[in-house]
Design a protein around this ligand. Structure first.
Ligand code: ADP
Ligand code: MG
Length: 235
């Protein structure tokens, strides 16, 4: 009994079904997708444009709901939660890194990183200490007062990673985190993700179509037309 609990996967997708309504028709993206990912893994999901990578990540994030099937992370059944419960769960347990950083241009780097903490019962002093610590973690110590527009793409993505990490989540979801970066900046971002996985034990699910990005992960899965084509899925 205890054993089966210890071996329980961290992420479980079972029979995941999702389609988008276009006019009067529903275009299926997933029809019964299964996947398990253990805690502490770093999984890259590759696949051509339109194969469902972002849709999958958005369902893991609880941003999109499946039409049917199970989305379970740790003990939480995201597919059974309402929207506000899902947002609260997300704020507590996961950080999300976006291809185009999604930083607010009128806020400084530090203010962008601080945003997720505004929902938490922390004093301004505690918030600022956490922001400084996480900026240091991503190699941007002392850069907090800069505005995103004055930073390189690589620096902006580090701010994005700092914002994802500031609540100390267990899980990082990354959608094409290096898709907008030159090779050197991309490699620096990937090394940072590797560090967060190895040294801080973060579970990472990264969608990418960059094979070099995938080489930083522990496992790579290939998605094509809503199915994994790998003989053996990450388990
Ligand atoms: P990827 O990230 O692999 O490029 P997506 O998950 O964005 O793929 O899209 C998978 C499929 O679902 C595509 O055919 C896309 O056109 C469709 N799709 C995604 N989001 C929507 C939406 N909001 N409305 C309608 N169709 C969508
Ligand atoms: Mg996408």
């Amino acid at each position: 009994m205890t054993d089966s609990l210890h071996n329980a996967p961290y992420i479980t997708l079972k029979g995941l079904t999702k389609g988008f309504r276009i006019g009067t028709e529903t275009v299926p993206v997933f029809t019964g997708l299964d996947l398990t990912i253990p805690q502490g893994d770093f999984v890259a999901i590759m696949g051509p444009s339109g194969s469902g990578k972002s849709t999958l990540l958005n369902m893991l994030a609880g941003i999109e709901s499946p039409d049917a099937g199970v989305v379970q992370i740790a003990q939480a059944r995201l597919d059974r939660m309402g929207e506000s419960a899902r947002s609260a769960w997300r704020a507590h347990h996961m950080g999300i890194v976006f291809q185009f950083y999604n930083l607010l241009p009128m806020l400084t780097a530090a203010e962008n990183v601080e945003l997720p903490l505004l929902l938490k019962p922390l004093s301004a002093k505690e918030r600022h200490a956490r922001v400084e610590k996480v900026l240091e973690l991503v190699g941007l110590a002392g850069r907090g007062s800069q505005y995103p527009a004055l930073m390189s793409g690589g620096q902006q993505q580090r701010v994005g990673i700092a914002r994802a990490m500031v609540s100390d989540p267990d899980l990082l979801l990354c959608d094409e985190p290096t898709g907008d970066l030159d090779r050197a900046s991309a490699d620096a971002v990937l090394e940072m993700l590797g560090f967060l996985n190895r040294e801080l034990g973060k579970t990472i699910v990264m969608v990418t179509h960059d094979p070099q990005a995938a080489s930083h992960a522990r496992h790579t899965l290939h998605l094509d037309k809503g199915r994994f084509t790998d003989a053996r899925r990450a388990a």
